[in-house]
Design a protein around this ligand. Structure first.
Ligand code: NAD
Length: 245
């Protein structure tokens, strides 16, 4: 364990354009459940529609009340604060070891911790707009205050979150920015993701180097491809690595 942390700290101290690539496990210590671990949203749901359906483009369009029930009750966490993992990542960006963060999360907590260069592959619950031609913006407060499905105050069309749902494409600018950063990276730290969601997980293939680090509470499908694997809590591991710099 200590030898792994020493190695990680050594790689971090040499990195000048590293990338942190994260998922839902980055935010569990902020009180936001992930999807696929035992305490996650998927395991906690019983009978009925699958989470994949409820979080799909199809569900939003044809059964928006079902979508918004899950969205408002389980996905949006306005009270959540950044935790030790967000803070440690931000410190590494500040010190010039990491060039940016690529995240699958939609909670905005890296920005809340002070990190500005964040590629949000799956969008953010901080932004909403209407599906009408003008795409009028709406605030999270307006969405949460509306009873059931929120509608645009200007044109009456349904409001939707700026989040990538199952069945929807990723934003081109996010793809471009993430892939460019990963291709140029001299270190990639992957944390708190099961690496089950594609295309996001596939972006790691753009990294050319031999310092791919995986930090996760449990094994992932990519463990055998990584150069360093640490099984543990992300906040603790990154904090321990920072203390060694
Ligand atoms: P996932 O739920 O599939 O996997 C999370 C992984 O993190 C699990 O393997 C779990 O063991 C691990 N983990 C949990 N807490 C940890 C911790 N403190 N330290 C280390 N490891 C920890 O999540 P995913 O791979 O990101 O895919 C889920 C999808 O759902 C993503 O696309 C994401 O957009 C979305 N999502 C986002 C949030 C959020 O914004 N906070 C929360 C849930 C899901």
């Amino acid at each position: 364990e200590n030898a792994l942390l020493d190695e990680l700290a050594g790689w971090i101290s040499q990195a000048r354009r590293g990338v942190f690539f994260g998922g839902a496990g980055v935010s569990t210590d902020s009180g936001i459940p992930d999807f696929r671990s035992a305490a996650g949203l998927y395991a906690q749901r019983g009978e009925g529609d699958s989470p994949e359906y409820l979080l799909s483009h199809e569900c939003l369009m044809y059964e928006p009340e079902k979508f918004y029930h899950l969205y408002k009750n389980e996905l949006v966490h306005p009270e959540a604060k950044p935790n030790a993992a967000h803070e440690a990542v931000n410190t590494l960006v500040d010190r010039g070891h990491l060039s940016c963060v690529v995240t699958q999360n939609i909670d905005g907590l890296h920005q809340a911790a002070g990190t500005q260069k964040v590629f949000e592959l799956h969008g953010s619950t901080a932004r909403h707009y209407c599906v009408g031609p003008a795409a009028h913006e709406a605030t999270l407060e307006q969405v949460m205050q509306a009873e059931g499905v929120p509608y645009c105050q200007q044109c009456g069309e349904m409001i939707r979150p700026d989040v990538v749902l199952y069945g929807e494409a990723l934003d081109e600018n996010m793809i471009e920015g993430s892939v460019t950063a990963l291709a140029a990276a001299d270190l990639v730290i992957v944390g708190g993701t099961s690496l089950n969601v594609y295309p996001a997980a596939g972006f790691l293939r753009y990294y050319q180097g031999d310092r791919l680090v995986l930090i996760n509470a449990e094994p992932t499908a990519w463990d055998s491809r990584a150069d360093l694997v640490i099984h543990g809590r992300l906040g603790q591991v990154l904090t321990a690595a920072l203390e060694r710099l």
